[in-house]
Write a protein that binds this ligand. Structure first.
Ligand code: NDP
Length: 256
């Protein structure tokens, strides 16, 4: 079972990110801290998150634009301060964008912008929080790897699977697919690079979910509640044998 002292979610003001925060703090043995980061905490799209933070003292909203390295640095400094010498157990790189287009009309600008958020953003966020993840791993009495001890969860997509290319018929979205395929490679590299630190790294496909992004691709079958509930159960079951794998919300292996 997932049992973290602290967790951080990027892009947590709506969709899957918001639900991750909601279900993390709603648990009986909920974390002491859930750092709910988003790019515009004062904007109208953060109202639901603010309402949630008003109900739970453990929710700490922090501004973080994952495409802006200086805002990532500032957020990491604030989290370090709040944790008062303790580590961060669970980092969920959830923020992502998509620019709908066809293979023939895909643009260099959209490609670069989507990579900047979905891939480079996730990489820079992980680099910034790595010292805290290492600390969490070192201070944990648990043996082996788990998401309760220290983990990096990169929210990927089966749309980026080279084997299955989920929902090709619903849209080419080359920028998005390529960014997620690259994120999968990043996850594999992280899983090897951070194995000695006993930080578990996985790529997670949340399913086709009823969010702004999911519904834009057609009628999404999964509710946010069901996707996130199952995904958190899955995270709670992962061990070192899952390190560096690509799994879906129910814990089934997804082909790369
Ligand atoms: P939404 O479009 O509903 O939400 C995306 C979130 O990411 C928003 O909170 C958005 O913030 C945030 N975000 C985007 N860019 C940035 C940025 N530069 N800095 C900080 N936050 C940012 O998407 P979902 O909730 O559906 O998707 C969440 C994750 O799940 C993504 O990684 C997505 O690729 C993945 N996924 C989703 C699927 C689905 O069917 N929904 C299927 C497979 C994967 P803002 O409000 O400021 O725009």
């Amino acid at each position: 079972m997932l049992n973290v002292r602290s967790a951080l979610v990027t892009g947590s003001n709506r969709g899957i990110g918001l639900e991750l925060v909601r279900q993390l703090v709603g648990k009986n043995n909920g974390p002491e801290w859930v750092f709910a980061t988003c790019r515009d905490p004062e904007g109208p799209r953060a109202q639901d998150l603010k309402n949630l933070a008003a109900k739970y003292r453990s929710v700490k909203i922090l501004p973080m634009d994952t495409s802006d390295p200086s805002s990532i640095k500032t957020a990491a400094a604030k989290v370090t301060e709040k944790l008062q010498g303790a580590g961060l157990n669970l980092l969920i790189n959830n923020a992502a964008i998509v620019r709908p287009n066809t293979l023939e009309l895909e643009t260099a600008e959209d490609m670069a912008e989507v990579y900047k958020t979905n891939l480079i953003g996730s990489m820079v966020v992980t680099q910034a929080f790595l010292p805290l993840l290492r600390k969490a791993s070192q201070e944990s009495p648990q043996k082996g790897m788990s998401c309760s001890k220290a983990a990096i969860v990169n929210v990927s997509s089966e749309a980026g699977s080279i084997t299955s290319l989920l929902a090709w018929e619903h849209g080419h979205v080359i920028n998005y697919r390529c960014s997620k395929a690259a994120l999968n490679m990043l996850t594999r590299c992280q899983s090897l690079g951070f194995a000695e630190d006993e930080i578990l790294c996985i790529a997670l496909h949340p399913g086709w979910v009823q969010t702004d992004m999911g519904n834009a691709a057609g009628p999404a079958p999964l509710t946010v509640d069901a996707s996130v509930g199952a995904a958190l159960n899955t995270l709670g079951r992962l061990t070192e044998k899952d390190n560096g794998t690509f799994v879906n919300w129910e814990g089934a292996a997804v082909p790369w």
